[in-house]
Design a protein around this ligand. Structure first.
Ligand SMILES: *Cc1c(COP(=O)(O)O)cnc(C)c1O
Length: 397
């Protein structure tokens, strides 16, 4: 196994609000003695988030995690899978939680390819897919926070009648205040995991402009209850606690400053990249969420060798989505299309270290290593190498 101490520059270093920022909210919990079941802090957070995104009325519902938000959004918008439409179209170029959420709701994930430019599923192509009549859900993922085309997906849903849910786990900072242009009846699930740009430890939220959809999502994360204790629909407990809401409120208080700093790191990455006259392409905020820096080379071999070079200098680099969900053992038996674009992209998008207080020196160190101004560390960390191979060997092949 990789010895974490050998990696001196980690891929992520989450920074959430400190005690001083959280404590006023914790004091409110002490006073209200509300700890759960959508207490005052959760409701305050939902109102403030609705305003943050530019909604005119409440359109945000919190959840215990991004995965729970996804499950709530699926159950609310599509319900659990029906026998006549058991399939869920979803991409393989995503975090494993996307397909897992669909499967937990009874759907059989069927992996479909993404489009090379958008990295997202293609609604025009999927409309002609031979399996479409068996599909009960399309799970569109915003990979690395890259937003899908909302209006095209709303049209897809209107024309096919197939419910669509967007896994926008990494989209908090990409959505900004564009709420009015979000799709009318498609819910979007966000993650507030510590590694995301906006975090509260573990948490998430569903954005839904349609009141009926939002209530159905809420019911599904509240045991099927809505205002009473009668479970009309199947539900789970996916609610956010008051404690997590306290952290999220403090994070929202400091968000403008944090977002500025994140964008500053992205800008400095761009500048360093430009200075190095490097043949690889860099994606940072502007293209993707401000929690990632992605380097892409023309070939998978070059990408893999960059990863090894970084790792052997103690710099963590990661294929954030591994080799694709279809290669995860838990999903290996699932049906899949030819995934040419996915297979290509997934071995060429390499995550570089990115965090809010990353220094110029640290960014410089990444590029010095990539451009080989720094000699390879001797002896190279053999375990790290082995792990890198274990992580990536089928990508290279
Ligand atoms: C982070 C992430 C999730 C999972 O969110 P959690 O809060 O960790 O449950 C799901 N999908 C994508 C694309 C993600 O990036």
């Amino acid at each position: 196994m990789l010895n974490p101490r050998s990696l001196t520059l980690p891929i992520a270093k989450p920074l959430l609000p400190d005690l001083a920022m959280i404590s006023p909210y914790i004091r409110q919990i002490d006073e209200s003695r509300g700890y759960s079941n959508r207490g005052p802090l959760v409701r305050c957070l939902e109102d403030r988030l609705s305003a943050h995104f530019g909604f005119e009325s409440q359109a945000v519902m919190t959840a215990a995690s991004g995965t729970m938000a996804l499950i709530g959004a699926i159950m609310g918008a599509a319900g659990i899978a029906r026998p006549d439409r058991p399939l869920c179209f979803c991409p393989a170029m995503t975090f494993v939680a996307s397909a897992a959420a669909a499967q937990v709701c009874g759907y059989a994930p069927h992996f479909v390819d993404v489009a090379p430019e958008s990295w997202c599923l293609d609604p025009v192509r999927l409309r002609r897919h031979p399996e479409l009549s068996k599909v009960g859900l399309v799970l569109v993922v915003a990979p690395y926070g890259r937003l899908p085309q909302f209006s095209a997906w709303q049209s897809f849903m209107d024309e096919t009648g197939i419910p669509v849910v967007i896994d926008g786990a990494a989209c908090f900072d990409m959505i900004g205040d564009m709420a009015p242009s979000l799709p009318e009846r498609i819910p979007i699930a966000l993650s507030f995991h510590a590694t995301k740009a906006f975090g509260c430890g573990e948490g998430g939220a569903i954005l839904a402009r349609d009141r009926v959809v939002l209530e159905a999502c809420f019911r599904s994360l509240n045991h099927g209850f809505l205002g009473d204790r009668i479970a009309l629909t199947l539900g789970v407990n996916g609610k956010m606690s008051e404690y997590h809401a306290a952290v999220a409120l403090a994070e929202l208080d400091g968000w403008a400053g944090k977002f500025d700093r994140l964008r500053g790191v992205a800008r400095r990455y761009r500048a360093e990249h430009a200075r190095c006259d490097f043949k690889a392409e860099l994606f940072v905020h502007g293209d993707i969420s401000s929690t990632y820096a992605l380097l892409t080379f023309p070939t998978q071999d070059e990408t893999l060798s960059a990863m090894h070079r970084l790792r052997s200098s103690g710099i963590e680099a990661r294929y954030w989505y591994g080799q694709g969900v279809h290669r995860q053992p838990a999903f290996a038996a699932r049906s899949t299309d030819q995934l040419d674009v996915t297979e290509d992209l997934i071995g060429r998008l390499l995550g570089l270290p990115f965090f809010v207080d990353m220094s110029d020196g640290e960014i410089g160190r990444v590029y010095a290593c990539l451009t080989q101004e720094v000699p390879m560390q001797d002896p190279p960390i053999r375990d790290a190498r082995n792990e890198a191979w274990a992580l990536t060997e089928t990508v290279a092949s």
